[in-house]
Design a protein around this ligand. Structure first.
Ligand SMILES: Cc1cc2nc3c(=O)[nH]c(=O)nc-3n(C[C@H](O)[C@H](O)[C@H](O)COP(=O)(O)O)c2cc1C
Length: 161
């Protein structure tokens, strides 16, 4: 049974724990538990009325563990979700593209994607390591502030329902 105003964040983050920093902000504001894909039983998700799915972007998509979880979810009706990520390169159209695989899977299960968030994350993948990496210090204070605004907007929209 779904409990009112119960939120969950499903997170995968490993490279520099960049996405975990963003998830921490969302968790505080939305009073949401954070769980990793391997800690979740797909049926358990039905208890929550808002679910955020996020990870770093690896090879132009979310981590495989999130995509696999999305494949295992049962079909829902009217359940709200949001998608987030951190990435080496970020921007409005990049976000839409990077999120497309996960978005398609969630939408095919009946999830309504209410909003999407992306910001830059420190990246030392491959040859970048030799040059000290890109986006050092990201997510920075402004990114965390943007994440705060994003979550506050979701919270407000939920209250107005
Ligand atoms: C194996 C690997 C592949 C990556 N591929 C991409 C990519 O395709 N596009 C991009 O913008 N960033 C890419 N990045 C950068 C990460 O998305 C970025 O560093 C992110 O913040 C990592 O998140 P995390 O610290 O939460 O794991 C890649 C990083 C790694 C380690």
């Amino acid at each position: 049974m779904e409990e009112k105003n119960k939120s969950l964040i499903v997170l995968y983050s490993y490279h520099h724990y960049n996405t975990e920093k963003i998830a921490g902000v969302f968790s505080k504001i939305l009073d949401a538990e954070i769980k990793w894909p391997d800690e979740i039983n797909p049926e358990e998700i039905l208890k929550y009325d808002l679910i955020g799915f996020g990870s770093g972007i690896y090879s132009a998509k979310h981590d495989g563990s999130l995509l696999e979880l999305a494949d295992e979810l049962s079909e829902v009706n009217d359940k709200k979700a949001f998608i987030f990520s951190t990435a080496g390169i970020s921007g409005e159209s990049k976000k839409i593209k990077d999120h497309s695989k996960l978005r398609e899977k969630l939408e095919s299960k009946g999830y309504i994607i209410v909003d999407e968030f992306q910001c830059k994350g420190f990246n030392t993948n491959s040859f970048l390591r030799l040059f000290g990496g890109m986006n050092k210090g990201r997510p920075n204070d402004q990114d965390l502030k943007n994440a705060e605004e994003f979550a506050n907007k979701l919270k407000k929209e939920r209250k107005n329902k």
